[in-house]
Design a protein around this ligand. Structure first.
Ligand code: ATP
Length: 348
């Protein structure tokens, strides 16, 4: 796949407090959906605004299909960048109906066909019945769906999505993610999604850049950032995990508080490791290794699965199992790893 968007060393400060976007490097490939995932305030929206052309870069560059759009001494106006946007606050034209909002940008389509096509896209985002309403007659979630329809209708090569599903309830969010993903993929559009919701990034994107404090900590597929996190921040931000220190001796196994465990790579010295709760399982304790016997402290039944909180040698571990209730609080158990533990780059 060829690169469509190339961001190099992108840096932006607003005041003396230091850069909010700090030397970002990443590429979005043709036909790829790429997510910038990070906590509130880490600089995601600022990065998107730099790519869109609403902010000026202090350092670095933004290119699309080899064309320079942004650098400290070069600036192409937002309307000339050929990018579609869905803003956090929707930014619909207040005096136009939902249909007119979507039809507005369809200047490449003959006039008599515009409304038919605009209605078709509105129907795909579930808003066909509301086509004649103006934005102030629509709920936040409905405005968000019109904004999505308006951004993708002209089939831009590249679309920027800033928290585009944030105002939808859980069920609608799920179906809209699937629908928008399928529209983007069918039309061969690339997208850059900004979100603080790890489940959204994992289910919607082909690749994810995990951001923390203006910097990218890791880029990878959803499986890579979830199961092979490189840093403690990535391990913890992507979901619940078990962190523990251990002494590695250069081999592929390690002695941990959970007994011997395989590692994802060879390392020496004191290391910080992570293993996801679903990569551990519980067995009924026997007296064979008394120092490895833990106690179930509590359990969370969540319908499709169960999370057990287990205490072992004064440490708490999380273990995810399927939804058959086998253990009760106070049961004696042994924690067994099903997969390798991952060594994190930050030691502490
Ligand atoms: P959220 O998920 O809450 O939208 P974010 O990761 O998108 O957060 P940004 O909106 O990019 O974060 O903001 C990053 C930092 O830059 C914040 O501390 C914010 O207060 C600051 N900031 C953003 N825009 C400006 C501005 N125009 N002037 C001064 N500071 C700003």
């Amino acid at each position: 796949m060829t690169d469509l968007l190339t961001v190099k060393n992108l840096t932006k400060s607003f005041d003396e407090s230091g850069p909010v976007v700090d030397g970002l490097d990443f590429t979005v490939r043709e036909d790829e959906i790429f997510a910038l995932l990070g906590p509130s305030g880490c600089g995601k929206t600022t990065c998107l605004r730099l790519i869109a052309g609403f902010e000026r870069a202090d350092r670095g560059s933004v290119e699309i299909a080899g064309k320079l759009l942004e650098s400290p001494d070069h600036h192409i106006a937002p309307q000339n960048r050929g990018i579609g946007f869905v803003f956090q606050d929707y930014a619909l034209f207040p005096h136009l109906s939902a249909l007119e909002n979507v039809a507005f940008g369809l200047t490449d389509i003959p006039k008599h066909k515009r409304n038919v096509y605009a209605e078709e896209v509105l129907c795909r985002t579930g808003m066909g019945d509301y086509k004649d309403r103006s934005p102030n007659e629509l709920s936040g979630g409905q405005q968000q769906r019109v904004a999505l329809a308006r951004a993708i209708a002209p089939k831009p090569k590249f679309v920027l999505l800033d928290e585009p599903f944030s105002n939808l309830d859980a069920m609608l969010r799920d179906s809209m993610r699937k629908e928008v993903r399928s529209i983007l993929k069918k039309a061969g559009m690339s997208a850059l999604l900004v979100t603080h919701d790890q489940e959204e990034a994992l289910s919607f994107a082909d690749r994810i850049a995990v951001m923390n404090d203006g910097k990218i900590e890791q880029i990878g597929t959803p499986e890579e950032v979830y199961y092979q996190p490189k840093t403690k921040f990535v391990a913890q931000f992507l979901g619940r995990t078990n962190l523990f220190h251990a002494d590695a001796n250069g081999g592929s196994e390690i002695n941990t508080g959970l007994g011997r465990m395989r590692l994802n790579c060879n390392a020496c010295g004191k290391v910080l490791c992570s293993i996801r709760p679903e990569h551990l399982t519980l067995e009924k304790a026997t007296n064979e290794h008394p120092d490895e016997i833990g106690k179930v402290v509590s359990r969370e039944f969540k319908g499709h699965d169960i999370t057990y909180h287990v205490e072992l040698n004064d440490r708490k571990y999380l273990v995810h199992t399927d939804n058959r209730v086998i253990f009760e609080p106070d049961d004696s158990v042994v924690i067994k790893p099903l997969e390798s533990a991952v060594i994190l780059e930050d030691e502490n």
